[in-house]
Design a protein around this ligand. Structure first.
Ligand code: C2E
Ligand code: MG
Ligand code: MG
Length: 433
């Protein structure tokens, strides 16, 4: 309020940075709260060192910090400070002889008028920070008025999500996972769906983070596991029994009851453990946290397979790949999309070779075109999923597709050639593999 008052007396307008550490809950749960506290102190020191004399730094609570940039005038100075602070945080922290990476999402808001209220300015910076989270984290975003609507929608959705499960608004859809050489449906990935009574279908990337923030992901995730294992146990077995993949959030994995609930779902459904794959994101594995490693080992003892989801998009080091019992590596859709660029194929090839040399099975995500399929076959990727084959379907539908080519499959009967000449996916003359 003092900074705003100075504007009324002819000073330049202040800006506020709102900063929230990315996935800090995971760091905290994984390394222990004492280590988490020490890390927060170090973060605060680095933030302070990136600021200008006379600016104000505050801890708003938990892993949230805010900075008042006095007399910023426009967003420029504030963005500069935000980027500097982000760069300082980008340097690894040391914990128990290991490197720990902490990143932050930063929102910037500049006071627009002298009659701005301090509370409104902070809320704008918070909304911009949230936008930075949804646009991929570890970045800086400047407030724009539409973010305000987004923030309101988020609050409303969060409240509605509380009741979604009991009101029967959630369902599970199953995206076929297929062999690439001769497309046949091997199994499926369970994907959560939310049909909101007035807003219609809400996408998982929008509501899953809300469920994670509120902790609702724990009961919801348990329900997904129960529902999907029951569905998969009813799928016809002719030929190789189908595998079911289920996504698991960090919050779920860190629950003391998690392994027990997986075992209970398997027992109740009758699905053999070897047919269940749990998909974990890389951020869970940071720093090789002991409790996580122990949980993974217990899951493996149950007979469950473990997959790393969205591989290559997180910030963890690769060292966990050799230390943790990972069976499957899901190559992120971004790499598959990049197959159309110059260096894309080389990156995918490196990832695939890395997996293969560690005895880990690569699975490609987000295959949308026959060109991508051809390139992946050339690189020796055995299995994948994507809209080219099928979107997620109902459990019954999936049961019918098992062991068959996903319909309609005629498009692959013709030889596959690059669609555009500039494409860097160079295929040998008879590349239909
Ligand atoms: P994911 O685990 O990487 O799942 C794959 C996502 O990619 C799905 O999005 C799927 O519909 C989409 N996808 C598949 N093929 C293609 C393609 O060819 N092109 C494009 N553009 N997209 C494709 P969806 O269903 O929106 O889910 C998004 C994310 O939400 C999932 O990413 C997963 O991280 C999370 N999620 C979904 N269901 C659950 C759940 O039950 N529990 C938890 N914890 N997370 C879930
Ligand atoms: Mg997944
Ligand atoms: Mg994925």
């Amino acid at each position: 309020e003092q900074a705003l008052a100075r504007v009324a007396r002819g000073g330049s307008r202040p800006a506020v940075l709102f900063l929230d550490l990315d996935d800090f809950k995971t760091v905290n749960d994984g390394l222990g709260h004492a280590a988490g506290d020490r890390l927060l102190v170090e973060v605060a020191e680095r933030l302070a060192s990136g600021m200008r004399e006379g600016d104000t730094l505050a801890r708003m609570g938990g892993d949230e910090f805010a900075v008042i940039v006095e007399g910023a005038g426009d967003a420029g100075t504030a963005i500069e400070i935000a980027q500097r602070v982000r760069a300082r945080l980008g340097q690894p922290f040391r914990h128990a002889g290991k490197e720990v990476f902490v990143h932050a999402s930063v929102g910037v808001a500049v006071a627009t008028r002298s009659d701005d209220r301090a509370g409104a300015l902070l809320r704008s910076a918070d909304a911009a920070m949230y936008t930075a989270k949804t646009r991929g984290k570890d970045r800086v975003e400047v407030y724009a008025p539409v973010m305000h609507d987004t923030a309101l929608r988020r609050l409303a959705l969060k409240a509605d999500l509380e009741r979604a499960l009991e009101r029967g608004e959630l369902s599970v859809a199953y995206q076929p996972i297929v062999t690439l050489a001769d497309p046949r449906v091997l199994g499926a990935e369970a994907l959560l769906r939310w049909r909101h009574p007035s807003r219609g279908e809400v996408a998982p990337p929008e509501f899953i983070p809300l469920a994670e923030e509120t902790g609702l992901i724990v009961p919801i995730g348990r329900w997904v596991l129960e529902t999907a294992t029951r569905a998969a146990a009813a799928w016809p077995v002719d030929g190789t029994p189908a595998r079911l993949s289920v996504n698991v959030s960090a919050r779920q994995l860190l629950e003391p009851e998690f392994v027990t609930s997986v075992a209970a779902s398997l027992a109740a459904s009758g699905l053999p453990a070897e047919r269940l794959v749990l998909e974990l994101t890389e951020s869970i594995l940071i720093g090789g946290a002991e409790p996580v490693a122990a949980t993974l080992a217990r899951l493996r003892e149950l007979g469950v397979r473990l997959a790393i989801d969205d591989f290559g998009t997180g910030f963890s080091s690769l060292s966990y790949l050799s230390r943790l019992p990972i069976d499957i590596l899901k190559v992120d859709r971004a790499f598959v999309t990049d197959l159309d660029t110059n260096r894309g194929p080389a990156v995918v090839e490196a990832v695939v070779r890395l997996a293969q040399s560690l005895g880990i099975r690569p699975v490609a995500e987000g295959i949308e075109t026959v060109e991508q399929l051809a390139a992946l076959r050339d690189l020796g990727v055995p299995v994948g999923q994507g809209f080219l084959f099928s979107r997620a379907v109902s459990a019954t539908e999936l049961g019918k597709l098992l062991g068959r080519p996903p319909t309609p499959w005629h498009s692959l009967d013709r030889p596959v050639r690059p669609r555009i000449a500039r494409s860097a996916v160079v295929l040998p003359p008879a590349a239909s593999a």
